[in-house]
Write a protein that binds this ligand. Structure first.
Ligand SMILES: *Cc1c(COP(=O)(O)O)cnc(C)c1O
Length: 421
């Protein structure tokens, strides 16, 4: 791009514009490995920055509380139709502001305050909004958590069944934020049926893999599917709730008027664009490449002696336990950040350390795959992580600076989708 981007913003508010430019540079120069992050396309960015922003549209297409919906109704119907087509579901609600309010809406639809909900506990890889204590879902509802086995790092489905039959939850959540293995939706559905619970598959992390055929779909099994649109699905920050027709009314009422006011129409438009992109053959290739990269990277890390929770990965993410390296997760994450590799510190199952200072880091391949890096680059990435973690342990800032230069060089050869320049 030759013209300077964001001319109106630069003229009106140079101070803020500089911060945007700085963030764009940072995203261009670094190896972004936060498993929940990605790069959206220029088309998605453009759709989310339109005049649709100006419109109030409380309600649903054809049933609004404000006039002037001639175009907005068509935008929302398009997004809904594309979601239904892509995932093969009977009903889709594209209005949740993000994944957390989508999950709160699920509670509102299927449980009363004080009712029990069963989900993977946060330190085992689950999400806050599956009934964890500090979340509204865990204070207004009674959250019961299941975990993974200490020996395998895998969900113990016998434990889930036992808990479900004992606690009789209204809702069972499967899925999480640090789950490196394939989710057995059929097994959860069986448990939900036996215990009389609604099964919610939270596919926030893996929606893009499912859309691209690189992870099994929950559609035949789950009563409700909750997802964000901004992780592997590569759309704007937002969320969707999907279900069979039977639950459509309960979900729609929970989102609006239960929890939200006007939908973010510019986001709905960008979701529609992302769903259109995700239906393309190129996206199928992308989804499979994300998994191939993660598998290749896991093998390279194992070869360098790293401990990976569950011994590897089936999807886009890897949970590294740094205990044997004697480097706390946060120290490693901060050192890698200085080396131009952006990750997050993360608890590992049965973590002996505290949640704000845990033993692991979580890494993922969605963003680097969007930049066109392939499996042939994963040995270099593993080397950088290995050198970075060693340098974190020894306090070798020169080594971190050297990695940062090497990373920037590779990134310069792989322009980031959506970013100017
Ligand atoms: C990211 C995530 C969410 C929450 O999404 P936000 O958009 O950050 O609110 C919910 N559930 C799971 C499993 C997630 O990974």
């Amino acid at each position: 791009m030759t013209d300077r981007p964001h001319p109106a913003l630069s003229a009106a508010d140079p101070e803020l514009a500089e911060l945007v430019f700085a963030e764009e540079r940072l995203q261009a120069e670094t190896l972004r490995m936060i498993a929940s992050e990605n790069y959206v396309s220029r088309a998605v960015l453009e759709a989310s920055g339109t005049a649709l922003q100006n419109k109030y549209s409380e309600g649903y297409a054809g049933r609004r509380y404000y006039e002037g919906q001639q175009n907005i109704d068509r935008v929302e119907r398009l997004a809904v139709a594309r979601a239904k087509d892509l995932f093969g579901v009977e009903h889709a609600n594209v209005q949740p502001y993000s994944g957390s309010p989508a999950n709160l809406a699920v509670h509102l639809a299927f449980a009363e305050p004080g009712d029990t909900v069963l989900g993977m506990s946060l330190p085992m890889g689950g999400h806050l909004t599956h009934g964890w204590g500090v979340s509204a879902t865990g204070t207004w509802f009674r959250g019961v958590g299941y975990g993974v086995r200490r020996d395998t790092g895998l969900v113990d489905l016998d434990e889930v069944r036992e808990l479900a039959l004992k606690e009789r939850p209204k809702i069972i959540f499967c899925g999480g934020t640090a789950v490196p293995r394939t989710i057995d939706f059929a097994a959860y559905a069986e448990i939900a049926r036996e215990s009389g619970a609604v099964l919610v598959a939270d596919i926030a992390h893996i929606a893009g893999l499912i859309a691209g055929g690189a992870h099994p779909s929950p559609v035949p099994y789950a009563d409700v599917i909750s997802t964000t649109t901004h992780k592997t699905l590569r759309g704007p920050r937002g969320a969707m709730l999907m279900s069979r027709e039977e639950h459509a009314r309960a979900l729609d009422r929970a989102v609006f008027p239960g929890l939200q006011g006007g939908p973010h129409n510019q986001t709905t438009a960008a979701i529609a664009v992302a769903l259109h992109e995700a239906a393309s053959p190129a996206f199928r290739e992308y989804a499979h490449a994300v998994v191939a990269n993660a598998r290749a990277l896991a093998d390279e890390l194992l070869a360098r002696g790293f401990d990976l929770v569950s011994g590897g990965t089936d999807n886009h993410l890897i949970l590294m336990d740094l205990t044997s390296r004697k480097v706390p997760g946060k120290v490693a994450a901060k050192a890698l950040d200085r080396a131009g590799i952006v990750v997050n510190h993360n608890a590992v199952p049965y973590d002996p350390r505290k949640p704000f200072d845990p033993s692991g880091i979580r890494i993922g391949t969605p963003a680097l795959t969007s930049r066109g890096l392939g499996t042939d680059r994963m040995s270099a990435v593993a080397d950088w992580i290995d050198r970075g973690v060693r340098a974190a342990g020894s306090g070798d800032e020169d080594a971190l600076a050297a990695i940062r230069r090497e990373v920037a060089e590779l990134m310069a050869a792989h322009p980031a989708p959506g970013l100017p320049g």
